[in-house]
Structure formats: C-alpha cells, structure tokens
Design a binder for this molecule. Sequence first.
Ligand SMILES: Cc1cc2nc3c(=O)[nH]c(=O)nc-3n(C[C@H](O)[C@H](O)[C@H](O)COP(=O)(O)OP(=O)(O)OC[C@H]3O[C@@H](n4cnc5c(N)ncnc54)[C@H](O)[C@@H]3O)c2cc1C
Length: 406
Amino acid sequence: MSTTNPNHYDVIINGGGMVGMSLGIALARAGMRTALIERGPMPAQLEPTFDGRASAVALGSSHILEGIGVWESMRPHGEPILDIRATDSDTPMFLHYDHTQVGDKPFGWIIENRHIRHALHEAGSKLESLDIIDRAAIDSFETSETHVTVRVKGHTDMRCRLLIGADGKQSSVRKLAGIGAHEWSYHQTAIVCTIEHTEPHHGLAQERFLPAGPFAALPMTGNRSSLVWVEPEERVQLYMELPEDEFVQEITERVGGYLGDIRCTGPRFSYPLSLMHAKSYIAPRIALIGDAAHGMHPLAGQGVNVGFRDVGVLAELLIDQFRLGLDIGSSDVLEHYQRWRRFDNVTMLAVTDNLNRLFTNSLLPVKLARGIGLWTVNRIPPLKRFFMRHAMGLVGDLPDMVRKNT
Ligand SMILES: Cc1cc2nc3c(=O)[nH]c(=O)nc-3n(C[C@H](O)[C@H](O)[C@H](O)COP(=O)(O)OP(=O)(O)OC[C@H]3O[C@@H](n4cnc5c(N)ncnc54)[C@H](O)[C@@H]3O)c2cc1C
C-alpha cells in the first residue's frame, strides 16, 4: 500500500482492547503501516475504574506477549499461578493441579487488566508505524478487489489492504460485513472485585462450582485476590447494593477460611455473561479476532488467551506474506487463518459452555456424573497432565511464538 498517502494503510484494526492492541503492535513492529481505531477515549481505558477485572494470562500467552515485546513490562504486575483447585459444592470430589507435575513454570499469571492495557499502550504509542485514532468509529466500508475503503465520521476516508474487527462481542465490523453469529445469554452476571486478606494465597487459584454459578478467587500480587462471582442475573443488583460489611460476609462464606480476614479494596464491577461465535471469521479483505469472533463464559479464564492465540496466528501469517511482498488481504491467507483458529476456539467455547451447564444442574445423575468426571481427571496422571498443559495454553496447533518456547 502507498506509504506517501497518510490515509493509506496496510491494515486497519477496529477496536483497541487487549487483543486489537496486541495485533496492532505485532504488525507495526514488522513494518506494516497500521491504524487502530478505538471508539472510546484511550486514556480512560487505563483508569482503574474502567475495568475491574484481572486476567489469568496463560503461560502460552506470555510467549506471545513476549514475542511482541510487551511481556517484560507486564510481568512485574503478575502473580504466578502455582496451583489450581476446582471443587464441586454438591459432591466431595475436587480437582487439584500442581504446576510441578508438568515442569517448573507456572500455569500462568494473574494480571490486572489495567496493567495489561497500560503495557500495551506504552508499547503501541512508541511505534511509528502504528496510528492510534481514538474517539472514532467506523460508519461504513466498501471492499474492492485490491483494498477496503473505510469511512469514519469526522475523518478523511482511509484505505487498507486488510480490515480487522477486534471490536468485541458486538463487533460493528462483523455486522457491517454481514457475518452472522450464534449467540445466547447465560442469564448470569459476574460480580468482580479485588480483596485483601490476612493469610497468603500461595499462588493458589481456587474455583468453587456453587449451584448459582462458579465462584473464583484468583491470586494477585501481595496478599490480594481477584474475585469472579457468578450469579443468576436477577440476584446481582441485590449483591451490588449490599452494605460493605454484608457484602464481605457473603464473600467470606464463599471463599471459605483459607484467606483469613477479608476486606474489599475497590469498587464492585458487574459483567453480564453471554456466548457469541461468529459464523465466519473472515469475509473478503476482512478478519475477526478476539471477542469479535468468539466470546465465551469466563469460568475457565480463557477468553483473552484464545484472543492472544488469534493474534499469534494472524500475525505470523500476515508477516510472512508481507515480507514476501505478497497481498496480505488475499483470500488464501484469510482462509488459512480461519482454518487454523476455528477448531481451538470452538473447543474452548464448547468446554466452557458445557462446564457451566453441568455445574449449575442439580439433577442427581448429573451431580454423580460430574463427581466421577472430577475424580477421573484427578486420578489418571496422563489425562491430568493433558488438562494442565491445556490450561497453560500449550496444547493444539500453536503459533510459532508459542511453539518456539515450549
Ligand atoms: C468477568 C470476566 C472475567 C474474565 N476473566 C478472564 C481471564 O481470567 N482470562 C481470560 O483469558 N479471559 C477472561 N475474560 C475474557 C476477556 O476479558 C475477553 O475475552 C477480552 O477482554 C476480549 O478482548 P478483546 O480485545 O477481544 O475485546 P474487548 O475487550 O471487548 O475490546 C473491544 C474494544 O473495541 C472497542 N469497540 C467496540 N465497538 C467499537 C466500534 N464500533 N468502533 C471502534 N471501537 C469499538 C471497545 O471500546 C473495546 O476497547 C473475562 C471476562 C469476564 C467478563
């Protein structure tokens, strides 16, 4: 694409969340002229009040973040996950993963989203080939044989060889491209907050499957944990408005005693939960990544991890094509991307959806079946090791950035 016209880009990415920013950095570092369009004001995304979540960043994802040069500044904010314990409140069965059973590396790290965003913005804003255009949204686009013309209100028309939708579950790129989706609401909402506690967590990520929904306590730096507490949507307002002491009491009952005395250190956030899977990840000169292609239940902490794997794969394919002087928006490349990523994403969508259904079902045969399932995985070492490596993001057809490090 012409480098003389400032409005001509190799790639335009719509959506500057964690996934869109990561791809922008990967492509711009390889010399592609990239524009990143973000609806909101970028500085707001870095505020602690913007996103109260912390993400479980799997070991495999850390290799991708390392590959794009941002891991070093994120890593100090991450707490290594050394053990994972999942319990079923209705049966005495539990599952315990210990990282030493698969090597010396942690399963991943719990990092506050604001620190991930901050590291990405810091790296992205230093790249000459990356233009970040915030407070802007695509109105429409037109695709021709050779390029896409993108219209953004208040801006001169822009052009690119490839348009990427990284604009979340309600992706406007997906909708404007006429790509349908399978989607449903879980009628559940996740309440998220950060707590401080008197006892150390020892790197343990604990998930309790309660009848109302999963409840996770994820280890953060210091004596802190991030809670993800899923409840049916109609009960959430009540919990969100509880006086502080009653709220802490509800949390304490769910955590159990292992963290000692608890106090909340910040505001409560709530996130309605739904599943969305785009019927296609591609259209002529268009590709979808991250939640724009697949949004899943957070119970396995995998949403942004599969998004980072999209980034790893798409960056690898596009950079190879770019270095050879070939068309980065060609249908061959896009079809390759879709073939490569769809199976992994479908698997994760199905696993998270089924686990949520299984553990919120109170029928006796279902309770027995899941008890047997937990017991089986816990007692059969090769099966257990497979699931542990899966949680680390090290299973499947991985992009080079992950494969080279494992
Ligand atoms: C409670 C909870 C806990 C979670 N925990 C984990 C975890 O531990 N580990 C994990 O891997 N995943 C986790 N996830 C999932 C993870 O947060 C998402 O998968 C991830 O945020 C998706 O990132 P994204 O960049 O694809 O999309 P988004 O975060 O949705 O970002 C999309 C961006 O596009 C912008 N945008 C939207 N529309 C437009 C438009 N029309 N024009 C321009 N810009 C637009 C938005 O402003 C936003 O900045 C969790 C999710 C929830 C709800």
